[in-house]
Design a protein around this ligand. Sequence first.
Ligand SMILES: Nc1nc2c(ncn2[C@@H]2O[C@H](COP(=O)(O)OP(=O)(O)OP(=O)(O)O)[C@@H](O)[C@H]2O)c(=O)[nH]1
Ligand SMILES: [Mg+2]
Length: 360
Amino acid sequence: MGIFKKISSFLKDNDKETLKDKLNDSSDLIHSTEYKSKLKVISESENINTDSLEAKNGLDKGLEKTKNTFFSKLGKVLIGKSKVDDDVLDDLEEVLITSDVGVKTTIKIIERIEKRVSRDKFLGSKELNKILKEEIVGILLDQHSNDGSTFEALLPHNPYVIMVVGVNGVGKTTTIGKLANKYKLIGKKVMLGASDTFRAGAIDQLQVWADRVGVKLVKQSMGSDPASVAFDTLKSAKAQKIDVVIIDTAGRLHNKVNLMNELSKIKRVMDKVIPESPHEVLLVLDGSTGQNAFEQAKQFSSATDVSSLAITKLDGTAKGGVVLGISHQLKIPVRYIGVGEKMEDLQIFDPKSFVDSLFR
Ligand SMILES: Nc1nc2c(ncn2[C@@H]2O[C@H](COP(=O)(O)OP(=O)(O)OP(=O)(O)O)[C@@H](O)[C@H]2O)c(=O)[nH]1
Ligand SMILES: [Mg+2]
């Protein structure tokens, strides 16, 4: 089959079960430049949203380990069972807890399933998958507001200033690079500020991302005052009519008081240049640390007003269930998830697509 036909048939079949196999089979094809240009022509002529197709594929791949572990455990619970009884529910509880969903969220899910089981007396184990999925989505939607959001919709101010915080190594700088790329792709002017002046190499690392994405970076030398870098960045952003400003910060301050003081100082300075900024304080958490990510979220939000969360490194871990618990239990919305090290491996967290992907 020629490349044009192959892509066309691949796109037309995109809702079928075979999508995943096709994507795996076609991985060489997908990365070719020929593919990308043909894809554009076909998707435009057939009115197909290839962004959502790519997002779906990225999510499926990123959550592969969590999916496989979760399902092999779930499968074992159901072997030889013809109905959902107390034993099944006990085992299901264990599966959810060992998948890092967290105790509170697990209890809530089990309670909801118990209710349905007592209502529909003859519920078999075959329906459990479907019900489990519906109940998980149900509790997340009760809690969550940014479903259906686009990158555009997440920028209610102009310029929109995001300060990125989190302990060292969680993926702050990488997430900033990925975010800058997403915003640039929708036509926004983006500027980065290198306020992590604490670690040798931090500024260079952000510079690499700025160059890779093709956005501006404001920096000073290592060891300079982070608040002063933030000040310069916002001044310059204002003068250059930048749409999105993203400020990197250092993760490794020795104690909570230091951290609190430093972040408050940066925020105060920002507010002077652009009133009400930063508009968003984005806390980055490493999803592969499971329950530890929960703890970090609690500790950080007591040191500064965190307004949104990004959970990274969901690829390569079986602990992806932690996103469900964090999203359900914390009052702070999970806005982004990181599913790989590459520039495009960042997605807006949408509870429904996330759970759909886990069960696909
Ligand atoms: N697999 C995977 N790796 C990631 C993801 N996000 C970040 N990383 C990797 O995690 C490592 C640390 O990322 P950084 O962005 O440097 O983390 P940081 O929070 O800025 O770290 P410090 O500046 O030391 O505080 C890097 O090797 C990244 O490539 C992700 O979503 N998936
Ligand atoms: Mg960094």
